[in-house]
Design a protein. Sequence first.
Length: 268
Amino acid sequence: MFILKKIISALLMPLPFLLLVGVIGLCVLWFTRRKKLASILVSISLIGIFLCSFQPLTTSLLRPLEQENTAFVSTTKPISYVMVLGSGQVIDKTFPITSELSPTAITRLVEGIRIFRMYPGAKLILSGYGGMASHGISHARLMAHLAIALGVDKRDILLFESTKDTKEEAFQAADVVKDKNMILVTSASQMSRALYYFHQAGLQPIAAPTNFKASNQMRSLIPDSTYLTQMEIVEHERLGQLWQRITSKLLNPKIEHQQAEKVKPETL
């Protein structure tokens, strides 16, 4: 189910979807006599790619999503855990570790370390499994290596290495955090969706959104791949929210979690 969900969501991203529409249009043009249908499909593809890389549109869609939760400054509550949700990585021994982790993962981790250092005695939770590649190191452990290189004591780090998505991260966190206070760090665009799962798991984490992409400054009217990425983020989150609503109606998340195998966090 997890792999199928990833494949479907990838195909529904703006660029793959619009390119597929364009290819279908060309096939109709080449192999049939339906020229009008072909021109409509190709036009949809080209206009769609233009609009999805046009900053006034992409920023206007992404910014409200990112602004649903304000950036973290401080709290007077005693904090026991700071949890950083994982993102992408590649494993290439010719790269430094800062190039193996995705820019999104590094931004989340740096923000997590910044907040972690504000609360002596807290633990830093890093999450993320290793993916389908058999490279032998999880995303959480790779982030931990960078955190240690940046001065975090390895005794203060807990790893969730088996969690494949945000829902699993939330329910594993609930087993560890229990009734203590936790700060949750993830991308601003993902924060509301993440909080939904953590609330389902019985936690009330303090939001610390980071990796903001949609500035209120108008930079360009020329289509750019940077803004295509913004549209992909919007599409990814909207699909994620739709999946939340569907699964919440079909499944009881607490019962589902109770039936799952309990996994203890790893330490370095």
